[in-house]
Design a binder for this molecule. Structure first.
Ligand code: ADP
Ligand code: MG
Length: 327
């Protein structure tokens, strides 16, 4: 399939009455990228995705695919396909019939659509279950059928709205690896909405962090994680401390903090919690200004010199590890 076309959002805006759900966002998704739209509930992720798909009207701005304005085209003509959170399979149709449903509606002949459906089911490794009804499938299997049904339209862009949220944690981790594998194989653009930072980090070439209807920060996944621009991004990604110092506000990864004797350390405080996490130990201390700061220590470092709640402690870091945050 392989997409050749970049997708560009230009001052894209969605208002529902007085609610501004998406506020003039501008972003370029390069062809063939796995992108995650990441942000808390209500920040405008689904509205953005639905506007791209054409399931929601655009209030203002434009959506360009390969330079062509698709903002007002009907969904089937856009070169996009959406996989819904609920999968929305037809309960009375078999797996193969569900996948062939779109082509059937478009008047594709029976033989061609059966062949195409078989190809898609092969792609998602569901050939053996082609004749089952949706009720006879597990959550993960239903999701593969929904994927096959979206991909049969040969989209340039596959849009996925919280595709893993209905699965149990174990299956979620397995399915995300399969989504990534599928995207690599097809080389089309995936835009995957999630509120889970671990999911976004695991999957995405590029992360777009949204907050309150705006894009807070976007970029290659590691760049965003290594250098969060704002306190919101640092907190939302997790694994970072946001610390107010007299000079300003900084973010420091929990694993970049070192324990020191209190005297002479940059931060001094008292341990309020010690949490064993297997390979690591998370040690939280209350420091100047009543701030909680968490240091993630390897189990070897921690148990080499164990500490307990209530003990005084100093925390330090390499100057390179501190990221100045925008106010
Ligand atoms: P997210 O997917 O990030 O949780 P949404 O795009 O669903 O966010 O919603 C963004 C904002 O728009 C929220 O305040 C939500 O209540 C509002 N909203 C979403 N859909 C509608 C709608 N159909 N009518 C009115 N308000 C809506
Ligand atoms: Mg949503």
């Amino acid at each position: 399939m392989r997409s050749e076309l970049d997708l560009e959002l230009v001052s894209l805006t969605k208002r529902y009455g007085d609610t501004v759900a998406v506020d003039a966002i501008t972003h370029l998704f390069h062809a063939g990228t796995y992108a995650c739209l990441l942000g808390p509930s209500g920040c405008g992720k689904s509205s953005t995705l639905r506007m791209i798909a054409g399931h929601e009207s655009v209030t203002d701005g434009a959506i360009l695919l390969g330079g062509r304005d698709i903002s007002r085209l009907q969904p089937a003509l856009r070169g996009t396909a959406m996989m819904f959170q609920s999968y929305a399979l037809f309960p009375h149709l078999t797996v193969a019939e569900n996948v062939a449903f779109g082509p059937r509606m478009r008047g594709v002949d029976a033989k061609t659509r059966a062949r195409r459906a078989a190809e898609m089911l092969d792609l998602v490794e569901m050939t053996a279950l082609s004749d089952r009804l949706p009720a006879q499938l597990s959550g993960g299997q239903q999701q593969r059928v929904a994927l096959a049904r979206a991909l049969i339209t040969e989209p340039q862009i596959l849009l996925l709205d919280e595709p893993l949220s209905a699965l149990d944690p174990f299956l979620r981790v397995r399915m995300r690896a399969e989504l990534r594998k599928l995207q690599r194989k097809l080389q089309i653009t995936f835009i995957h909405v999630t509120h889970g930072q671990d999911e976004a980090l695991a999957l995405a070439d590029e992360i777009v962090v949204m907050n309150d209807a705006k894009i807070e920060q976007a970029g290659p996944t590691r760049d965003v994680f290594e250098a969060p621009a704002t306190a919101f991004v640092a907190r939302f990604l997790g694994s970072h401390n946001v610390i107010a110092l007299p000079q300003g506000q900084i973010a420091i990864r929990a694993d970049e903090l070192r324990l020191r004797p209190a005297e002479g350390a940059r931060l001094q405080g008292r341990i309020t919690a010690v949490e064993y996490q297997g390979t690591h130990v998370a040690l939280t201390a209350s420091v100047a200004g009543n701030q909680d700061v968490t240091a993630l220590l390897t189990d070897k470092d921690f148990f080499g010199a164990p500490k307990d709640v209530g003990e005084a402690v100093g925390l330090d870091w390499d100057a390179r590890a501190a990221r100045a945050l925008e106010a």
